[in-house]
Design a protein around this ligand. Structure first.
Ligand SMILES: NC(=O)c1ccc[n+]([C@@H]2O[C@H](COP(=O)([O-])OP(=O)(O)OC[C@H]3O[C@@H](n4cnc5c(N)ncnc54)[C@H](OP(=O)(O)O)[C@@H]3O)[C@@H](O)[C@H]2O)c1
Length: 321
């Protein structure tokens, strides 16, 4: 099996700390090249992470995409930049794994999905928590009926930002702050758990608030949802608090809780009716990349495809227009 040759677009936090190291551990994919706005930055990143292309460092997206040996791009730029990069990659015939959220406007997401479909390239969205081994074990329990019918899910994910200097707090390349950094992951988990048995979200109410820094975008976001079968879910996302990160599932015949699983590490404690759910922690980013590489090779859908990422984006836009 020849590993998929992937270019990283962006050299920031997620690319440097998690995606490039995960690519180094993958069987199905390898870091081939990298795009930065600064050529010297791209060169340093390519060197640091052992990018394999003969000329791996680029400061021009067109030049990076012109490489006939490149198979796919992994878009790790700020949210508002995704659209242009994804559409350019699709038009160049490259498969795309795009960081979450897919875009900052539903109409942009629609154009991205369409561009990928028109060129017949795979589009996946990087919701790595679907590849957390404990979450997979928990969802298997849900599907097997261990909790009875799950009628409510609650996800609480907060962290403490030092100030409002992050790009997510501003309009140039961001649109939502708490909602786009962690809330969209929480919504993805809710959708993964609930939609197969409860149907689509038919009602949504939300509050966004910026009480501490007076940021242009949500410092905290509360989202309440109702599904077709009457089940409900709630998400609390915030950049203001160091607090427990928790998922709770309320079923007719049982209750499950995951504590400390939300984040990059693939760890945390999960209980079903107070009994520990055993699982072997794995790197969720490696799982995400292997899943994408498999989908490209087999011409099937990755765990979160463009359409599912678009449903998530629609909920973000409905929550905080
Ligand atoms: N799934 C996860 O666990 C996870 C975690 C964190 C972030 N993310 C997602 O990954 C994406 C990147 O987030 P991040 O936290 O890595 O952000 P970040 O640290 O700010 O890095 C973003 C990088 O994008 C590049 N970039 C391109 N155009 C840019 C522009 N106009 N302004 C600023 N940077 C630009 C920059 O690289 P150069 O300077 O080299 O051009 C920058 O370092 C976001 O969509 C975010 O939601 C996902």
């Amino acid at each position: 099996m020849t590993p998929l040759r992937i270019a990283l677009l962006g050299t920031g936090g997620i690319a440097n700390e998690f995606l490039a190291p995960a690519l180094a551990q993958c069987e199905g994919a390898r870091l081939w090249s990298v795009l930065s706005r600064s050529r010297s930055n791209a060169e340093a990143f390519a060197e640091r992470h052992g990018a394999l292309a003969p000329s791996p460092a680029h400061d021009s997206l067109d030049a990076l995409l012109a490489d006939p040996d490149l198979d796919a791009v992994l878009v790790a730029s700020p949210d508002r930049v995704h659209k242009e990069q994804v559409i350019a990659a699709a038009r160049a015939g490259k498969h795309v794994l795009c960081e979450k959220p897919l875009a900052t406007r539903v109409e942009d997401g629609v154009a991205m999905v369409r561009a990928c479909e028109e060129r017949g390239v795979t589009l996946g969205a990087a919701y790595h928590l679907r590849h957390h081994a404990g979450h997979k074990a928990l969802v298997e329990r849900v599907r097997s009926g261990a909790l009875g019918r799950v009628r409510h899910t609650r996800v609480q994910w907060t962290f403490s930002a030092p100030d409002a200097s992050n790009w997510r707090a501003h309009d140039d390349v961001g649109r939502w702050w708490a909602l786009a950094s962690v809330g969209t992951h929480a919504i993805d988990l809710v959708r993964w758990i609930m939609v197969p048995h409860a149907g689509e979200v038919v009602e949504l109410k939300a509050i966004g608030s910026s009480p501490k820094f007076g940021a242009a975008h949500d410092e905290s976001a509360l989202v309440a949802m109702r599904f077709e079968d009457g089940s409900t879910a709630e998400v609390f996302a915030s950049v203001l608090f160091r607090a427990a990160r928790r998922i709770e599932l309320f079923g007719d015949d049982g209750y499950a809780q995951a504590e400390g699983t939300l984040g990059p590490w693939g760890k945390g404690e999960i209980t079903v009716d107070d009994k520990p759910l055993e699982y072997t922690p794995t790197n969720p980013y490696v799982g995400e990349l292997e899943d994408f590489a498999r989908a490209v090779r087999a011409k099937t859908s990755p765990a979160v495809d463009g359409h599912e990422a678009l449903r998530n984006l629609e909920l973000l836009e409905r929550a905080l227009p």
